[in-house]
Design a protein around this ligand. Structure first.
Ligand code: PGA
Ligand code: ZN
Length: 427
């Protein structure tokens, strides 16, 4: 059972404060968890509690840490750490009593995760194995950031991520190697064209390049796959996270890099053109978080050909997922536990989406830490894909490295969430 809960303020990969928490069990097992934080956050996410004021530019989390100590710790001490639902229920009750002025989702998630990790430590097994007790561990297909824009790269382009999915790889290690080759080739191609900033890295380790148009990022990644000696559309497919909420206003989508603003219908037409020209597997947040009609249109027009992934749309909340199911929005869900604030509830949302026929992606945030639990959650929950940024920056590689460790030390199987493209063209 949980004996003590300790919390403090630590730093994330952007140099901002975040909540860290240690749970010690009566049997001596213990674990630490640190909470990540987004930049292109959805407005319907469970809210973080930040101190405000001038210290750390207002991003301090001393209030959240105090709320954790005063209200959350007493609620869970004495509970069995491996009864995750009971621990999370106690956290939810304490949150409901004290509200988001005293306890933020950054505090609840820290305790929720540390308790879960302590339970795995107590059994002396990986969290992934505790969550997936039977059979080979299902490793998620990685989706890896190559070019960054939007809030992660000072608006270099409007869309936030162009990623690669090394879906022809037969092991996770091979998938990581191919992605790293594409990342290096993209940097070489860009620097050969005179982009000095190709030597720099954006928030998630990708290239932040002032390319002039959004499609130029797709073109660059396509060239990089080729230059890396990989088959475009066979070995490697392309994914986009538009994060369109960030450039939407008053029902229009302002593409600053291209000096034009489009309607939802025109955005869907633009995506359809890209899908015709490049082997695109998925587009995340093609439209804004509350543009349900636009989402339904995009799903009708493109959902038969590619995955449409709801991140800011669903924010790992069950009521928003249910609305999406009812209105025919999206075909895949992105799950980020800190959008929810409780790890077991985030898992419930992932399973509900899967039961409704959605594909599942577990994702890190743009503000991360050296923790790697997100990799264990993706594996333990049998998520089809894992999205944690690029193949550079240690807060990114910590997650890929964790899956590589599981592949080297456990019985595993890399998932291929889609029928292979050759099978698709044959049928
Ligand atoms: P965020 O970005 O962590 O800044 O929200 C990640 C994403 O949009 O998928
Ligand atoms: Zn996103």
């Amino acid at each position: 059972s949980i004996r003590t809960v300790t919390a403090w303020e630590a730093l994330d990969s952007r140099g901002r404060p975040t909540v860290a928490c240690r749970v010690d069990l009566a049997d001596g097992a213990r674990a630490v968890a640190r909470v990540p934080s987004g930049a292109s956050t959805g407005s319907h996410e469970a809210p973080e509690l930040r101190d405000g004021g001038t210290r750390y530019g207002g991003f301090g989390v001393r209030t959240a840490v105090a709320g954790l100590r005063d209200h959350l710790a007493p609620a869970v001490v004495g509970l069995p750490a491996d009864e995750t639902a009971a621990v999370d229920r106690a956290l939810a009750d304490a949150y409901a009593r004290h509200g988001q002025q005293e306890v933020g989702a950054n505090a609840t998630l820290a305790v929720s995760l540390a308790a879960l990790l302590a339970a795995a430590a107590s059994r002396d097994e990986p969290l992934a194995r505790m969550l997936h007790p039977e059979g080979p561990l299902p490793l998620p297909m990685p989706m890896v950031n190559i070019v960054s824009g939007g809030a992660h790269a000072a608006g270099a382009i409007d869309i936030q991520d162009v990623l690669v999915i090394p879906e022809g790889a037969s092991t996770f290690a091979e998938a990581v190697e191919w992605a790293a080759r594409v990342r290096a080739a993209a940097a070489a191609v860009a620097s050969g064209r005179g982009f000095a900033e190709a030597a720099l890295v954006a928030d998630e380790g990708g290239l932040g390049l002032r390319l002039g148009t959004n499609e130029a990022a797709l073109q660059l990644v396509a060239e990089a796959v080729d230059a890396a000696g990989l088959g475009l559309g066979t070995d490697v497919t392309i994914a986009i996270d538009a994060a369109a909420t960030e450039f939407a206003s008053d029902g229009r989508y302002a593409l600053a890099a291209e000096d034009r603003a489009l309607s939802a219908e025109e955005m869907v037409e633009l995506y359809a053109e890209w899908v015709a020209r490049y082997p695109i597997r998925s587009i995340e947040d093609p439209l804004a978080e509350d543009d349900w009609d636009g989402w339904a249109l995009a799903t009708r027009e493109l959902g038969g050909r590619i995955d449409l992934v709801g991140d800011d749309l669903f924010v790992t909340q069950s009521d928003r997922l249910q609305r999406g199911i009812a209105e025919g929005c999206a075909t895949s869900i992105l799950v980020k536990v800190n959008q929810n604030g409780l790890v077991s509830r985030a898992g419930d949302v992932l399973r509900a989406a899967r039961a409704a026929g959605y594909r599942t992606v577990v994702s890190a945030r743009s503000g991360e830490t050296e923790d790697s639990w997100v990799a264990d959650l993706a594996v333990g929950w049998s998520a089809g894909q894992l999205k944690v940024g690029s193949t550079q920056r240690s807060e990114r590689t910590a997650k890929w490295n964790r899956v590589l460790e599981l592949e080297a030390t456990e019985s595993t199987e890399l998932q291929h969430p889609w029928p292979s493209r050759t099978e698709e063209t044959a049928s």
